[in-house]
Design a protein around this ligand. Structure first.
Ligand SMILES: Cc1ncc(C[n+]2csc(CCOP(=O)(O)OP(=O)(O)O)c2C)c(N)n1
Length: 634
């Protein structure tokens, strides 16, 4: 027991998390979360936890999302009360929809200081709504020096809402006295024992009682264990073993952690690292070979999609963000082939991995009632565009013969449609010709090629070519991801993208999280993120990295076309007034990326030719770099 029950409980909780596989915690500064923050930094010093500090909670949330995307292990996020907690919501929504395990640990005021106008106090229970698999409003560590009565009439609407949202907590946690058998504390503590906050609470004593009578609150019987046991429950729910939502699908969970003063005190913390619980093995669905089948790999499909396509002898339609865009059965220009009546028109069955979002053609196929769709979904909501999709946790293929005619037709069409973006080989004969005119011509052609301005396809291709299996590639939700999806060929490299909700927010923070997680323990590799200028500006706060932490090897490659050109492709763009379109959609800006990079201490390069781009992408990377590539609007 220390001078602060909050510190004891924080140490317990973090030790519990570490014992169940958690290794990373992203922390934003705040006084209410001080017990958790100091326990975390102490565990970091002891080598038991990696703490990543981010000032902006939205950035912190997406950084955690990036780390968890890469490690597939729940990552904790700690922040203070109030708007700090609200800033986590975008990352929570994305994590829910893409099945990424996060542990949101929001510090809070004790119940008696909620709904009474106390500073930095709001309704935090239930704040993440349907986007968490499990949520608990934890008991306040230590005993409560506040009066308790049975008056239930004065509960504020906000508190009622809070109570309604406090789902999923076992009875012993919602009312800790239930299990211990301890009597609820009644009466008023001696004034000498109470803090300013508690005195304020005494003034609002009936409201506190309202909580208690509601079954949500009560003094803790044992201050040292107020939060113990919550860690393992949180990890299990985040990994999809328990909690609401699709069983087996990972996602965020919320621990709302109230504390009374003293909010922290010097405390010894220790932990014994253990493994994360593994989900029970699921029975795979056996796929018969019969129907004419395609395998569709959407975001986060992973290598399984390629394996099944290979095993079944089926064409593989793999989005650029799938992580399965490789292998002999990969279909080039899948949009065109899906539109072809002899190919897409004859599909009888689609086996889907991940979350396809990048083409109308795939959406159209999966919406067809005459196509049997089997969806192996890794995260978020189950896919069911045709209202008769079968969900499967895994699939396997029955032994037998490949339908060579079906596969062959796709492969021939695919080969014919493949796009070759490679530079024409230099004219060696011309370059070594004795004829000065021929030589000059060859040199000029060579220079033209080197000075060729970069367009979107060349940019996507250059980044793709520069990326290898030990690297990571992250796509933002700008137009560039669609161009990349249309033009790039197969390559087995790890790819990430926040396609759960396809937001343009948090891309740089996510990529930094991925970089940090993939570059530990001397691992090689660079993380590259390819995004548009608006997406980059949206997350510019993520460039702020703490001085004391190892700098990630990251290249943020910004295709700068002066605004959001993705909207130039909207149908309405043909008829609406150009000025209105520019103002409301394109949103032109004159932000200077060079100055932004300088302000945040990032290396900066502006490259506009193919050769300069190749050079920038393949030069050694030792820290964070911003590479700006000017692009034509059209
Ligand atoms: C958080 C969020 N806000 C708004 C959008 C809508 N949106 C989609 S793309 C886009 C503009 C992207 O511009 P940029 O990153 O410059 O890429 P470009 O379109 O020029 O390729 C916007 C605002 C979104 N997806 N997410």
């Amino acid at each position: 027991m220390t001078g602060s029950p909050a510190s004891t409980a924080a140490g317990d909780l973090l030790a519990d998390l570490i014992a169940h596989g958690v290794r990373d915690l992203v922390l934003s500064p705040g006084s209410r979360s001080q017990a958790l923050a100091l326990a975390a930094t102490a565990l970091d010093r002891a080598g038991l936890l990696r703490v990543h500090v981010r000032v902006d909670e939205r950035v912190a949330g997406f950084t955690a999302l990036g780390i968890a995307r890469e490690t597939r292990v729940p990552v904790a996020v700690v922040c203070t009360s109030g708007t700090a907690a609200g800033n986590l919501l975008p990352a929570v929504m994305e994590a829910f929809h893409s099945g990424v395990p996060l542990l949101l640990m929001t510090a809070d005021r004790p119940p008696e200081l909620r709904g009474v106008g106390a500073n930095q106090a709001t309704v935090q229970t239930g704040i993440f709504g349907p986007f968490v698999r499990w949520t608990v409003d934890a008991p306040v560590p230590g005993s409560a020096p506040v009066p308790v009565s049975e008056n239930t009439d004065e509960m504020s609407p906000a508190r009622r809402a809070a109570g309604e949202h406090a789902v999923g907590a076992p009875e012993c946690l919602r009312n800790p006295t239930a299990e211990s058998g301890a009597e609820p504390m009644a009466g008023t503590a001696p004034v000498s024992d109470v803090t300013d906050e508690a005195r304020a609470a005494q003034r609002g004593g009936d409201r506190h009682a309202a909580h208690h009578a509601d079954g949500l609150w009560g003094p803790t019987a044992d201050a040292a264990t107020a939060w113990s046991g919550l860690g393992v429950q949180a990890v299990e729910a985040a990994l999809g073993l328990t909690g609401e939502g699709v069983p087996g699908v990972a996602g965020p969970v919320h621990l709302n952690l109230p504390a009374r003063e003293p909010l922290s005190a010097a405390t010894e913390v220790t932990a014994v690292p253990g493994p994360a619980p593994s989900p029970p093995a699921s029975d795979p669905l056996l796929l018969a070979r019969g129907p004419r089948t395609v395998v569709i790999a959407g975001a986060d499909a992973g290598a399984d999609a390629e394996e099944i396509a290979h095993a079944g002898g089926w064409p593989l339609i793999a989005e650029i963000v799938s992580g399965s865009r490789f292998g002999r059965q990969l279909v080039h220009d899948y949009r065109g082939l899906l539109r072809d009546e002899r190919l897409g028109g004859r599909v009888e069955r689609a086996v889907v991995f991940g979350h396809p979002t990048l083409s109308r053609e795939v959406t159209a196929l999966l919406s067809r009632r005459d196509v049997e769709v089997i969806a192996v979904r890794g995260g978020g909501e189950p896919l069911d565009l045709n209202a008769r999709t079968t969900a499967a946790s895994a699939v396997t293929v029955e032994a037998g013969e490949t339908d060579r005619q079906w596969l062959g037709a796709w492969m021939i069409a695919s080969q014919a449609a493949a796009i070759d973006l490679s530079e024409a080989a230099p004219d060696q004969d011309g370059l070594s010709s004795k004829d000065p005119l021929a030589r000059a011509e060859a040199v000029r052609a060579e220079l033209d090629a080197v000075r060729r301005p970069v367009d979107r396809a060349l940019l996507a291709d250059a980044v793709w070519r520069a990326t290898w299996p030990h690297d990571r590639l992250v796509f933002g939700s700008s137009r560039l991801v669609r161009v990349a999806d249309q033009v790039l060929g197969g390559k087995k490299v790890p790819v990430h993208a926040n396609r759960g909700l396809a937001g343009i927010d948090g891309t740089i923070a996510t990529a930094i999280g991925i970089a940090v997680a993939s570059q530990g323990d001397g691992a090689l590799g660079v993380t590259r993120v390819l995004l548009g200028d608006l997406a980059a500006l949206h997350d510019v706060g993520a460039l702020l990295l703490p001085a004391g932490e190892r700098a990630p090897r990251i290249q943020v490659v910004v295709g700068n076309d002066g605004g959001g050109t993705i909207f130039d492709g909207l149908e309405v763009a043909a008829s609406a007034p150009q000025n209105d379109l520019d103002r409301a959609f394109y949103t032109p800006h004159a932000a200077r990326f060079a100055d932004l990079a300088a302000a945040y201490g990032w290396e900066y390069q502006r490259v506009s030719t193919r050769s300069a781009l190749d050079q920038a992408l393949t030069s050694p990377v030792t820290g964070p770099q911003l590479i700006e590539v000017p692009l034509e609007r059209r």
